[in-house]
Structures are given as structure tokens and as C-alpha cells.
Design a protein around this ligand. Structure first.
Ligand code: B12
Length: 368
């Protein structure tokens, strides 16, 4: 069913650059309208369950940013794949399916109210289509696959053990586990890719299914961060002037940072002088640092589809810096799900995991 929907969406839902621009520019007004209209509804509690209004407002903000990216880059396949995910995640947290229908109708009215009529007509073809496909999206949401990494049996067993430490918030056992497993940089790569990354993906799935709370998800992530920080100190790294420099950062507004951190650590093990910046770094700050240290490589981590445009903007500003010549690599869950998207951003490479990122970087180093 999903393939047919993707085909239909791609054929029917084209949007001109002008309409996409009008949507982007009027986003704040439409968002305000949708928030107000939804808040006024007498049936709000049946729509959003016991969730706070803030969660609904956050969803509207994410929706507006996501749709702006769909329209700008014609990402209708991504739209069809993400809508069932949103239905599933939010309904597992107490939102009713009717909420989405009401929300879509409200966005449609917002588009009519704030966009010039020709652009409104184009954009609303998508909202009307989503409204029409509501039942199919519900059906798809009930059969959605999880983001899961398949492992060989011996790694699966180890990962399950580590995951159980995370779920019991048992930091001491998690650290002991890491200490026993990681004796060399090669072990570190395996620990990151075959234990931590799949365990975190499962933590995400448990949250998505409503089986663990946001606090428990944060707790597990913070334990992973502390274990990584601890184990990172095992392998001394001596900076030398001759080392090639790399900056690794998450894109602006991107709060997921552990994937980028794994890339940074493994690059460092491979002899790079790495400047790891972490989550949600403002564009100007990245640009200033690029000018200052003139790296050979910058890696940008993006998980959320609504951060695409911000990433493209950052990349184009890096490209326009005078006297700077560097390669730009992107990665993160977004590209693992939708690899073709990286081509729309103007990056030089993408890599699906930290190991492949190091291989590409190695090639880069040797080719100059
Ligand atoms: C921890 C977590 C958070 C934490 C992040 C904290 C932190 N310090 O990083 C917090 C609580 C902040 C968070 C917030 C949100 N999250 Co979250 N989060 C996760 C979780 C559980 C783990 C993320 C992680 O660390 N993964 C492990 C790393 C190692 O994997 P990775 O990022 O893919 O990295 C590897 C590769 O992709 C690659 N790579 C990564 N970066 C780079 C960079 C370069 C240059 C290269 C080459 C390669 C590369 O190499 C890495 C190592 O091999 C995921 C589940 C998941 N499947 O990932 C959900 C998940 C990503 N989150 C999700 C959501 C929805 C959100 C929120 C929107 C929730 C909300 N309602 O507010 C917000 C968005 C915030 C924002 N603006 O960014 C969804 C996204 C769904 C989707 N369809 O896209 C997920 C998948 C959960 C789920 N199953 O539903 N989240």
C-alpha cells in the first residue's frame, strides 16, 4: 500500500518554488492560528488525551517545519513515510487519531487565510490529499516497522545485556560492561556500533510505543553519554600540528548528538585532530570556528527531517566563506532512512555510520 501512496503523492502533489516560499514565510502566522484554533476547541481533551498543551504546540511547530521542507525539496516520499510514524508515536502517547484529522483541517484553513490564493491552492492539494488518506495512514501506522539494527547473535546477546542495564538505570553495571569489552580502539568501534547504537535505537522504539517515559529515555541516554565520556579517556590522543583537522557538529536545532560524538571519537582514534561541538550549534558559531581553525573536513549530524533546511543553509554559508576549502560530510538517522536527501543539501558525502564515516575521511586524507 505504501508504494502506491508514494507514487500517487509524487505524481499529484507538486508544489512550485513560489508556493513553498510563501508557506515558509508565513509559517509563524499559520502556526499561531493553528495553536489558537486547536486550543479553543471544546473537544480538545478527547483529541489530545492527558497530554499537555505544550506537547501539542511542539507537534505543530515540528509539523510546520517538516512541511516547509517537504514543499521546498519535493520530499513527498518522506511525507508518506513519516505521517504513519507521527500517527503511531502520538497515538501511543494518548493522542486520538481524530486529532490528526482536525489538525489537518485547521492547517488547511490556516493556508487559506495566510497564503496568496494561487499558492494556497497548490499547498492545499497536499493537505486535502492527507485528509483523504487519513484511514490509510492509520492502517499504515499500525504496521510500521521499528528503527532496528539487525545484529549477529553474539552481539545481539551482549546488546540485550547492556540494554537491560540502561532500562534499570544501572550506571555501574553499564560502565563495568564497557570496561570488560573495550580494550582497544577496534573494540571501541564495536562497542559503539554493535552495542550502544542498537541499544539507543531500541530505547527510541520503547519510547515511541509508550513503554518507557520521556524521563526514562533521557536517563538511558545520559547513562550512555557518561559511559562514552568515561571510556573515551582510555586511549590517549596526542595532538600534533601535522594532524588534519575536522569539526563534527549537530545541525542548528538538532538535539541528537551521540551519533556525531561516535563519529568524532572514531575519527580521533584514526589520527584526526577533532573539534567536537555537540548538539544544536548556532550557524554563526560554526562559521566562526570554521574560519578560525580551517578544517579539512566538517561533519554535520542531522536526525530530524525538520532540520533539513537549516542544514542546507549552513552548508551553503560554509561554501561561501572566502579562503576556506574543505569537504562536507553529513550523517544521522535522517539520511539512513532517506539517503537521497543528502544530494539536496550540497554536501560532498554522507555515511550511514561512524565506521563508514572514518573510511571516507581516511580516503580524503590520503587523497591530498
Ligand atoms: C536520545 C534521543 C533523544 C534525546 C537526544 C539527546 C542527546 N544527547 O543526543 C532528546 C531527548 C533530546 C531527543 C529529542 C527528540 N527526539 Co529523539 N531520540 C533519541 C534516541 C532514543 C537515540 C538517539 C541516538 O543517540 N541514537 C544513537 C546514535 C548512535 O545513532 P545515530 O544518531 O543514527 O548515529 C549513527 C549514524 O546515523 C551516523 N551518524 C550520526 N551523525 C553523523 C554525522 C556524520 C557527519 C556522519 C558521517 C555520520 C553520522 O553514525 C552514528 C554512529 O554509527 C532516538 C532513537 C533512534 N532511533 O536513534 C530518538 C529519535 C531519533 N527521536 C525522535 C524524536 C521524535 C524526537 C523529538 C521530536 C521528540 C519530541 N517530541 O520532542 C525530539 C527532537 C529534538 C530536536 N529538535 O532535535 C524519533 C525520530 C523519529 C523520526 N521519524 O525521525 C526517534 C527515532 C525516536 C523514535 N523511535 O521515535 N531524542
Amino acid at each position: 500500500m505504501i508504494e502506491e501512496l508514494i507514487k500517487e503523492a509524487k505524481e499529484k502533489l507538486k508544489v512550485s518554488p513560489q508556493a513553498a516560499k510563501d508557506y515558509e514565510e508565513n509559517k509563524p502566522f499559520m502556526l499561531n492560528f493553528v495553536n489558537q484554533e486547536m486550543t479553543k476547541r471544546s473537544d480538545l481533551l478527547t483529541l489530545i488525551g492527558f497530554n499537555s498543551l505544550q506537547i501539542m504546540y511542539d507537534n505543530h511547530t515540528n509539523h510546520a517545519n517538516f512541511m516547509a521542507n517537504v514543499f521546498k525539496y519535493s520530499l513527498f516520499e518522506m511525507l508518506v513515510k513519516m505521517v504513519p510514524w507521527v500517527y503511531k508515536a502520538y497515538s501511543n502517547h494518548g493522542f486520538s487519531y481524530d486529532y490528526f484529522l482536525v489538525e489537518l483541517h485547521t492547517w488547511k484553513r490556516a493556508v487559506e487565510n495566510f497564503l496568496p490564493s494561487s499558492s494556497a491552492k497548490e499547498i492545499n492539494r497536499t493537505y486535502e490529499w492527507l485528509i483523504e488518506k487519513h484511514e490509510e495512514m492509520i492502517e499504515l501506522s499500525q504496521k510500521q516497522d521499528e528503527f532496528k539494527i539487525t545484529l549477529e547473535r553474539n552481539w545481539e546477546i551482549k546488546k540485550e545485556r547492556f540494554l537491560s542495564h540502561l532500562l534499570r538505570a544501572d550506571f555501574n553495571s553499564a560502565v563495568k560492561f564497557a570496561n570488560r569489552l573495550v580494550k582497544s580502539p577496534q573494540d571501541l568501534e564495536n562497542f559503539y556500533l554493535k552495542i550502544l547504537q542498537p541499544a539507543l535505537y531500541e530505547i527510541g522504539s520503547l519510547w515511541e510505543k509508550g513503554k518507557i517515559s520521556v524521563a526514562e529515555e533521557h536517563l538511558a541516554t545520559s547513562i550512555v553519554g557518561r559511559v562514552m565520556a568515561n571510556i573515551y579517556t582510555y586511549f590517549p590522543k596526542n595532538k600534533t600540528k601535522a594532524q588534519a583537522k575536522a569539526i563534527i557538529t549537530s545541525s542548528p536545532n538538532e538535539y541528537h548528538e551521540l551519533g556525531g560524538r561516535m563519529v568524532a571519537d572514531l575519527l580521533e582514534m584514526d589520527g584526526w585532530d577533532v573539534y567536537y561541538l555537540g548538539a544544536n550549534v548556532p550557524e554563526d558559531e560554526v562559521l566562526k570556528l570554521v574560519k578560525k581553525i580551517k578544517p579539512k573536513l566538517i561533519g554535520i549530524s542531522v536526525t530530524m527531517p525538520f532540520n533539513l533546511e537549516r542544514t542546507e543553509k549552513l552548508i551553503s554559508k560554509i561554501r561561501s566563506l572566502k579562503g576556506i576549502s574543505l569537504k562536507i560530510m553529513v550523517g544521522g538517522l535522517l539520511f539512513n532512512l532517506f539517503p537521497e536527501v543528502y544530494l539536496k543539501l550540497g554536501a560532498d558525502f554522507w555515511a550511514s555510520d561512524a565506521k563508514k564515516a572514518v573510511e571516507i575521511a581516511k580516503f580524503l586524507k590520503s587523497s591530498s
